[in-house]
Design a protein. Structure first.
Lengths: 901, 493
């Protein structure tokens, strides 16, 4: 092995730790030679460990936090060697050279008594960590002169991710032959230092399949001329893809760039890129929790997202609309819908659920989404206590919380094309008829309802006086708008709103609710007035109106809440009051104290001096194209996160992106145009692969297993079954009925016709019993923000690809397509199949294997048909189809088929 | 000083054809990495390879009979003469203070249990007349009468018991165990889920056997009562066993070609996954084929009676699974959520489950499996000493509401003391007041029996090391069998 390179590896590994945890050491300086022996062990292992596990309590700045602190930390600090050796109230902590006599070591061991053990919270130190400490003390507890460790708060002042983004200069490299863009120079420079050559470019077929899967989520469809004419009539989109493939065969210097442009312009681009964003919002079509009721209009958020992505809405504008579109001055319906991002939190409608408890969960969840999605901070950790590792205090967390506490869930009438006019006509009639129906009882009915509402409000103000009314209020919050995906607390908020301030629609809906559920106020009067009959008439009348489709969004809270810190994270134990605020140590900015804080907060997220958003979002884009971010803890850019593998590249992209108008398509184009992206994913030099198993250095591309959507979509494309209808409500592809039954009273009625073959993006997402294929292929749970998907490889995936009727049907359809092309040689057919599935012709060996398998199936079929006595021609046809279906099944199961190389 | 030449195509094909799996490859890489001083390549390490526990275990596997909905401790396990005495009267105020449910508060009345309790076995453990068969196993059972939990709603309560948190998205105990110990079997999933055949779904659904943020290899695999036992186990129509083998051979050769061309070690793992899938296709039907079980066994599990058959089949399957190396079997029965007609429903549920659950324990014991198999019986919470006032107020048809402050669970085998009752509740069966065992303590104890330290079984996610017991949990040492108690974990493994 190349000796100098080994040393470089070590140095880089050390720097990783230093940058992460030792803010006091300027990155890149590794002056171990001048330090006492053992200092390297200290820098690489001990300092990060002490910082991570001890400094929150035993650090330099802990003293000022509160008076009780001295009691909590035993007057002990270990931020310098002197203090560590001197110890605290209970005497010296370590005896250099004598590990066994060092109390510190005893107290971190796993078998120490709970009252003594350190750290008191979190996991025990691992055996390896204890060994590190033991060896280090044993070796004399070396500590570089003058160095002091810093606690999260102090370390944050110099933590890389919290520093302003300054566009770094493009590095010089010796050879630019392998570079196509500045990105490549940032990647090549360290590779040159390591003496590693980048991989050669991927071959065109691999590259085209890769870029197609990465940009539109679909493999290139291969159509022959005969079906192309047919396709032309059916679906312009598919043709576009075909033409691109056809063009790609005629090589021109800018063929690739033109292909990229075409892909970016396809509506399928939005479909592909909606998925990672839906993961952030943890979108689903149901409520979650026990009853997991459907949200039949949840899809409208997905639809609006598709529109934003395909229109390349600048990310700063996108951010504002996702979080506060409803608060924009004269917001358009589309902008309001975008704020439906915040409506993908869960709703608990189980009887007995505490309304406030689960509302609080939603607000916390929204803060956590923003934390992970924009800031790359695990803010949820600060819900119960100050963040252990990052400077975020519990109070600061509740500053975020207050931003979202000042908002209510609401659904709006947002007519789909063609709905508005018929509705307007019908509504006038409805209004008139409704008023006429109610008129004879109006006075008495309203008097009853007023009494009912007063009683409800009394129950809220003084709970436990009368459980029946506590329950009545609770039920209002549990069932309001259930199975319609409405905001569940809207009914409660309407009751809290004075009558004159209610809209006609609100009055009608609350009146309908009262008629159905309010008889508790006076059952006798309800009977006498025949209110049930009125309810039935109104229901019938309502049924005649072509109501416009509703859509979920948010609004500023009608009744401002007083937000508090929740002590120990418990909403029932309010601490000090809080107002919407951002952490002052990041980029200070005052926020308004009312419901408009959300808008100001969203604008702050994309303010030019806010250093996290651009880095975090650029990093996630990078992750989609390489399987791994430049920061491979995309959810955590804090002190515990990993430092970037290429800090200058990350900052260069994060600086350039806003200068290009926050255009996401610009960012994607920039990445896929680089030579780094266009490299082969093959391992050229196994020693490099061993030294860099996770490919952090980017000396090649990475083969990536397709996502759950993409696996199924790819089979539908290859077989020609995919129905390219863009957008619309969710669909139910077939799956065994038993899957949905795993949840509580769920049902799965497979869609008929074309909806069986839609892209995976449109598959109905049931939180409690998700579509089985998605679970098998690592779709994340829909309960919380997800910024990184797993990619596993399991026997259940094998069973699904082999035997799931969806894939069997695809294999058969592909075989039928193949045979429909007319007579052809076996090898021509095999070539067609391989091109359809993996966009390349087979090797000779592969062709032999497939032909052999075809022959096996064919022979067995023919033998069987002789027994069953089928006519020759018919038997041959059947055998041919069966044998080719089998071969197609193999091709659609190839590792290469479910992998983007 | 030359780099090691890449594997030859022949070498790879041979290795794959021999079925040398990812484990072999990872060994190879380990050797190599040991030489080069670098870490092995994580991508190719088999996530299900067996891993040693933290310390010597007393249980090798677990069968968790999850009684979803909250069985009434007061009518099954925890006799309360004082409650019977107060029957129909208001609840003494001291008990109501901590009651969060406004529905019960105020006008609730004590609801004595109409059940008769009898002492069983040498230990004299008490069971109600609804559980004669489990009672007969008393000396093998450990009864914890002092369980308590933090949620009084079904799905948060169930999630807490299974996943250690009331929130969705966290791994369940079976996933944690599989993550910690890997798989003993190369033919079956290591973590199996058997759903109730009572026709009622489980409240919290698949989240209860979810891998959460762990890789999906650790997810529970649902065995289905009807149709194919594992999803997509059956070959497509027209694909017989011979064709299937030929198909897999062709696929393996194709993948091996690509492996040779690209050197992508993930392909090796994929080849191995297909072979495991094939072995599952062979093994799973054999597993669920009960035709070779004797008449005595069928009787023991109640397979010959309509009432007990569904649950009995699952209990018998659970035994067959642990015999075949499945490490964690999660078996659900729902629902014990008896808000009304408590007695009628309890009669039905115990009628379905008592005999088979006892049959399982006896059968395991007779086969010498009980010593190393931990069996757990229980639900997410107990039920109130007061009767339900929302529904179930009709005389003779009363029910009880959810109750998190004190309830009972049973354990057997796997290093747990038999014939032992731990803890007690107060005179109404309201609060656990002695030797209180929180759900996290139970989880810590289960892991302990398996040789796992619950504070060391962690997984880093979203910047934090998560564990099953969150930030709580202590091993309940009192219920560990003497002599069978695991040694204190060594300080350095």
């Amino acid at each position: 092995m190349n000796h100098p390179a080994r040393i470089a590896v070590l140095a880089i590994a050390s720097l990783v730790h230093l940058n992460a945890n030792l803010a006091s050491v300027p990155g890149g300086r590794m002056a171990v030679a001048a330090e006492p022996p053992g200092a390297e062990l200290f820098s690489r292992e001990v300092a990060p460990l002490l910082t991570r596990r001890c400094l929150a309590c035993h650090g330099g700045d802990a003293a000022h936090r509160n008076a009780a602190h001295r009691q909590e930390n035993g007057g002990f600090r270990l931020d310098t060697r002197e203090r560590l050796v001197a110890g605290g109230d209970s005497g010296p902590a370590i005896v250099p050279g004598e590990a066994d006599r060092s109390p510190l070591l005893r107290r971190v061991m796993s078998d120490v008594d709970a009252s003594e053990r350190m750290p008191p919270e979190g996991p025990r130190l691992t055996a390896r960590e204890v060994d590190v400490l033991r060896n280090w003390i044993h070796g004399g507890a070396a500590w570089p002169a003058e160095m002091s460790l810093k606690s999260p708060r102090a370390a944050a002042a110099t933590h890389w991710a919290f520093q302003p983004i300054r566009k770094p200069p493009i590095p010089e490299v010796r050879s630019t032959a392998n570079a196509r863009s500045p990105i490549d120079l940032f990647v090549l420079a360290p590779l040159e230092r390591l003496g590693i050559s980048p991989a050669p470019p991927a071959d065109p077929a691999t590259l085209l399949r890769r870029v197609s899967l990465d940009l539109i989520g679909l493999p290139p469809a291969l159509e022959d001329l005969a079906t192309q004419a047919d396709a032309l009539r059916q679906d312009a989109l598919r043709i576009d893809t075909n033409r691109w493939i056809a063009n790609s065969w005629d090589v021109g210097p800018d063929a690739y760039d033109r292909a990229v442009d075409r892909l970016l312009a396809l509506p399928a681009y939005g479909e592909r890129w909606a998925r990672p964003w839906l993961d952030v919002s943890h979108f689903a079509d149901t409520d979650g929790y026990l009853t997991d009721q459907e949200r039949p209009v949840a899809w409208r958020y997905r639809q609006s997202l598709l529109g934003s992505l395909n229109a390349d809405l600048p990310f700063d504008q996108f951010t504002v609309e996702q979080l506060a579109g409803d608060l924009l001055p004269s917001a358009t319906p589309e902008q309001r819908l975008a704020a439906g991002f915040l409506r993908n939190t869960l709703s608990n409608r189980e009887g007995g659920a505490d309304l406030e408890e689960y509302r609080v969960e939603q607000v916390v969840d929204r803060a956590a989404m923003v934390g992970a999605g924009w800031l790359g901070l695990t803010v949820g950790c600060a819900r119960c206590h100050d963040h252990k590792y990052d400077p975020l205090t519990q109070r600061e967390f509740f500053g975020f919380y207050a931003v979202f506490d000042a908002a209510d869930e609401i659904n709006l009438d947002v007519p789909l094309p063609g709905e508005a006019e018929p509705f307007a006509v019908a509504y006038a009639d409805y209004r008139r008829q409704r008023d006429a129906l109610v008129a004879p009882l109006k006075t008495e009915l309203e008097a009853l309802q007023v009494r009912w509402e007063r009683r409800l409000l009394e129950a809220v103000a003084a709970p436990s006086e009368d459980p029946k009314w506590d329950r009545q209020w609770e039920v209002l919050g549990l069932i309001w708008g259930g199975r319609l995906g409405e905001g569940q607390l809207e009914g409660c908020e309407i009751v809290r709103t004075p009558w004159p301030e209610r809209t006609d629609d609100e009055r009608d809906r609350l009146q309908d609710y009262f008629l159905a559920h309010g008889s508790l106020i006076d059952p006798g009067r309800f009977r006498d007035l025949k209110l049930d009959a009125l309810r039935q008439e109104l229901t019938k009348l309502r049924g005649k109106v072509p109501w416009p489709t509703r859509a979920p969004t948010m609004r500023a809270a009608r009744h401002p809440r007083r937000s508090h810190v929740h002590l120990r994270g418990d909403f029932r134990v309010p601490g000090e009051p809080v107002v919407p605020a951002v952490p002052h140590w990041l980029v200070p900015r005052p926020l308004p104290a009312d419901g408009s804080a959300r808008l100001a907060f969203a604008q702050w997220l994309v303010a030019p001096d806010q250093p996290l958003t651009a880095r975090v979002v650029v990093n996630r884009a990078w992750q989609e194209f390489f399987g791994r971010g430049l920061v491979d803890t995309p959810e955590d850019f804090g002190l515990q996160g990993h430092p970037p593998s290429h800090p200058e590249l990350l900052d260069w992209l994060a600086a350039e992106w806003p200068r290009h108008g926050w255009s996401v398509k610009w960012l994607h184009r920039a990445i896929v145009s680089s030579a780094t992206y266009r490299q082969s994913s093959r391992i050229v030099d196994p020693t490099v692969a061993t030294r860099d198993p996770r490919n952090a250095w980017l000396a090649r591309q990475m083969p990536l297993r397709l996502s759950s959507d993409q696996v199924r979509d790819a089979a539908l494309v290859a077989s020609g079954l995919l129905v390219r209808h863009i957008g619309g409500p969710s669909v139910f592809p077939p799956q065994p009925a038993s899957v949905a039954k795993e949840g509580f009273s769920n049902d799965w009625k497979p869609s008929a016709g074309a909806d069986r073959y839609r892209r995976g993006l449109y598959t109905w997402m049931q939180r409690l019993s998700p579509y089985a294929h998605n679970v098998t292929f690592d779709a994340p749970p829909t309960n919380a923000v997800c910024v990184r998907r797993e990619r596993t490889n399991s026997p259940l995936q094998a069973l699904a690809l082999l035997n799931d009727p969806v894939f069997d049907e695809a294999a058969r359809a592909l075989a039928e397509r193949l045979l429909a092309r007319g007579p052809a040689s076996e090898s021509q057919r095999i070539e067609f199949l391989m091109r359809s599935a993996v966009a390349r012709p087979p090797t000779a060996a592969e062709a032999r294997i497939l032909a052999g398998f075809w022959r096996t199936l064919w022979d067995r079929r023919i033998a069987e048909s002789k027994v069953s006595g089928l006519g020759d021609l018919e038997a041959q046809r059947a055998a041919e189809l069966a044998a080719w279906t089998g071969v197609c099944g193999v091709v659609l199961n190839l590792h290469e088929f479910v992998t983007r190389e | 000083m030359n780099p090691r030449p890449f594997w030859s195509r022949r070498e790879l094909l041979t290795r794959s054809a021999c079925g040398l799996g990812a484990a072999a490859l990872s060994d190879l890489l380990k050797d190599e990495s040991a030489r080069s001083g670098e870490r092995p390549q994580p991508a190719v390490l088999d996530p299900l390879a067996p891993r040693p526990p933290h310390f010597a275990p007393t249980a090798k596997r677990v069968i968790f009979l999850f009684m979803s909905g909250g069985p009434s401790h007061l009518d099954l396990f925890d006799p309360k003469p004082e409650l019977n005495r107060l029957h129909g009267e208001s609840v003494p105020g001291s008990f109501l203070k901590s009651l969060a449910d406004p529905v019960i508060k105020g006008n609730a009345r004590c609801f004595g249990s109409p059940r008769k309790f009898t002492r069983h076995g040498a230990s004299g453990m008490e069971f109600s007349d609804f559980l004669p068969a489990l009672g007969a196993c008393a000396d093998d059972l450990c009864m914890i009468r002092s369980m308590h939990t933090t949620s009084s709603n079904h799905d948060p309560g169930q999630l807490l018991l299974q996943c250690g948190t009331p929130l969705f998205g966290h791994p369940c105990i079976g996933s944690w165990v599989t993550y910690g110990l890997g798989s003993e079997t190369r033919e079956l999933p290591s973590f199996a889920v058997l759903l109730s055949n009572s026709g009622e779904g489980i409240d919290a659904g698949t989240a209860l056997w979810s891998n959460g943020f762990l890789p999906s290899n650790y997810r529970g695999v649902t065995f289905r009562g009807q149709g194919e036992p594992i999803l997509h186990l059956t070959n497509p129509r027209g694909m017989g066993r011979v064709e299937q083998r030929a198909r897999l051979d062709a696929l393996r050769q194709m993948n091996a070609e690509r492996l040779a061309a690209t050197g992508d070690a993930e392909i090796e793992a994929r080849i191995e996954a297909y072979e495991l899938a094939y072995r599952m296709q062979m093994a799973a039907p054999e597993l669920v084929d009960l035709s070779h079980e004797t008449a005595a066994t069928r009787q023991r599990y109640g397979l010959d009676h309509d009432r007990t058959r569904a649950f009995g089949m699952n209990c018998l399957l659970a035994r067959r699974m642990v015999e075949r190396g499945v490490r964690f079997v999660q078996l659900y029965h729902s629902t014990w959520d008896d808000h009304a007609d408590l007695n009628g429903h309890l009669a039905k549920n115990t009628g379905m489950t008592d005999l088979p659950a006892a049959g399982l324990i006896r059968d395991l014991k007779d086969r010498g499996l009980l010593d190393e198999t931990l069996v757990i019986w229980g639900g997410e919470f107990g039920r109130t000493p007061m009767h339900e006032i929302r529904r179930g107020t009709t005389p003779g048809k009363e029910g009880r509401d959810h109750h998190p402050f004190g309830f009972t669970m049973l354990l057997a085998g796997g290093g747990i003391r038999g014939g032992y009752v731990l803890g007690r509740t107060d005179d109404l069966g309201y609060h656990a007041i002695e030797d209180r065992v929180h759900v996290h303590d139970l989880q810590a104890t289960i892991l302990h029996c398996l040789g796992l330290d619950h504070t060391r079984l962690t997984y880093r996610h979203q910047g934090r090391d998560f564990r099953l017991t969150d930030v709580g949990g202590s091993v309940v040492t009192k219920i560990l069998r003497e002599g069978g108690v695991a040694k204190r974990p060594p300080s350095a493994a």
